[in-house]
Design a protein around this ligand. Structure first.
Ligand code: FES
Length: 66
């Protein structure tokens, strides 16, 4: 399912990025090689992160995946 129509990011892309390291919503796009535009996907991405990241894990300080 596409969760970010501005960047054509799928829910599986977000879940895979979050599985490799704990992320904040604002870090997801950079980790996937793009930038947020409208921000309309933030709530959905937050839900995916909440369901993917282990409880109590601290988000990464930065992502240098590019
Ligand atoms: S839908 Fe993700 S930035 Fe627009």
């Amino acid at each position: 399912m596409i969760v970010c129509s501005c960047n054509m990011l799928r829910d599986s892309d977000v879940a895979q990025a979050a599985a490799s390291q704990p992320l904040r919503v604002t870090q997801v796009h950079a980790c996937l090689g793009c930038r947020p535009r409208c921000g309309g996907c933030f709530a959905t991405i937050k839900q995916i992160l909440d369901s993917t990241m282990p409880q109590g894990s601290a988000p990464a300080e930065a992502c240098y995946a590019q």
